[in-house]
Design a protein around this ligand. Sequence first.
Ligand code: MN
Ligand code: MN
Length: 460
Amino acid sequence: MTSEELFYSKKPAFDRVDFDQASDYAEGYKAFLDIGKTEREAVTAMVNLARNAGFSPYQRGMALQPGDRIYRVNREKGIALAVIGQKSLAEGIRLTAAHLDAPRIDIRTVPLYEQENMAYFKTHYYGGIKKYQWTTIPLELRGTVCVCRDGKMVKLRISIGAAPDDPKFVITDLLPHLASKQMQEKMADGIKAENMNILIGTKPSDSEKGCKDKVKLAVMEYLNHKYGMTEADFLSAELSCVPAFDACDIGFDRTMVGAYGHDDRVCSYPAATALFALQDVPENTAVCLLVDKEEIGSEGVTGMQSRFFDTFMADLCRTQDVYPEICYENSICLSTDVCNAYDPNYADVSESRNDARMGCGFAIMKYSGSRGKSGTSDASAEVMARVRLILDGANVAWQTAQLGRVDQGGGGTVAMYLANRNIDTVDAGVPVLSMHAPFEVISKIDLYSAYLGIQAFYQA
Ligand code: MN
Ligand code: MN
């Protein structure tokens, strides 16, 4: 055998992937990113895509036939989609699991105040961010407010900043001329969370002479006029500031996409659209699960640790008189989440043989975690071989991945929560540059390879 046959090598996949097709596919993904900047919006966008692909909502007790295309939404923040296969659920499902939440700046429950004739929202950041990256960039306000009036709840969706004429919002930072002390701080301390206040207005209201917070009053008058809100309604609101820029191509060659929220919509989108694209009825039931709250530990009713998924699967299994435990035991899952792309500017935190590289394909990760593999499910040799054979059998460009050098840091995914349910699980996803920044970068080759790889997986 030659060295090429004997050695494993990671190389750009431009010779194996049709770049025009990858580019076309990325256009749909970019549109999805721009509409779905919060998990609720992403779920709404996903439901629309699913309906167009012939999926319908599944109610408990409905009979199921092979080929049925169904979905169930979890509290507007998560969704499970399935194509019922020819075989019994007792023979297991082909499951993908990704998350729709992304790091952002949440608005607090008593957010509004005025200082020196300027009105602000207090915030609380969501997920692991480098705080300095979120100052001095245009932000949009998106979310849901449940206004309580006369004993009734009125649910409002808010999106300000996305339309071309919309105003935007910002967290200010210090001018360099006066920042000599700030610049001596550690990067983690340069911007304090309590200073990450969103600037929202400066015009005083003239409707009440005695009121000492006239700018705050003007903001409340605006919100009351437009949405019927009083200040107490912030308590029953989920408002977030997200970056106000849309997804765009990066590079002279347009091989990359820059956007907010690639982590983990860059895996959610191919996991769902590969399911939509299934033409023939798969042998095993194919399920795509998109969850919330991954960035804060997968907790809560909409996170991966919730029983939503188990309840959905139990409902499906009941139609075939199958125990969900037996279905799980015979299932296999791709936990589709992003990994770090090797960045030559920060080479000392990566390990070049094992970390994923931009443009080298769908990234398969045996384990994530930190220190001595803490916080990972660490897939077995047998399961890794199974995934390799599926991808090679379908001629998918894939590569190995890990989360940086050992003891450099690390992180986890939803993989362990699925593996804990007795489902064989492998991490796989798309490499990302500047992960968790307001503007992250991915390769179209990797995105499209993920799509092709996941499609092969559903059909295997
Ligand atoms: Mn992620
Ligand atoms: Mn993340």
